[in-house]
Design a protein around this ligand. Sequence first.
Ligand SMILES: [Zn+2]
Ligand SMILES: [Zn+2]
Length: 191
Amino acid sequence: MGFDIRCTCGRCAISLRPAFPQLSLLCGCEDCRQALAWGAAQGGRSADPLPHLFYIRSDITKVKGLEFMQPVQLRGEAKSTRVYCTTCYAVLAVDHPGYQDHVFMFFKGHCDTSSDLTLKPSAAIYMNDYRDKPIPDIPADIPVLQSFQDPKDQKRFCALPAEPAEGQSLRELIPNMQPLRVLNLAKGAAV
Ligand SMILES: [Zn+2]
Ligand SMILES: [Zn+2]
């Protein structure tokens, strides 16, 4: 039995071949928070101070509600493409060139999922984006990284699966969704 990722209004669902998440991280970057704040402003769930990211193999067996899904980027030349439901503004999936289409990311609490979410975060990353703000609680036993640009860190935490997907990948689905929306938000700006 596989599992799925669903939006909160029930129009959208992505079914995946069974796999445990590859990785989980806490992310302090301002882009994650800005993207969640934008979604919340459209009616989605409110943004977390420290989003909890899960990375799962991009091996999709079935999809529902593609016509309600929209890829969104915060600004031109953004690297991350976040797929929202245009009705409830849940974030279903996030693509980034670094994932090489082997995995995609989702935010715990910003979609519904039957995936196992017990995997402990391996690290808190991009915490330098908290320079002017109070730092949220981070478990004492995980590394706290100021950035996540160092390939050594990426390699340490992000082992990608070697086997190609049997089903469709997130990148294969994106062209069949609503057209890409670029928000042109200034980096770190309130929404
Ligand atoms: Zn929805
Ligand atoms: Zn982030």
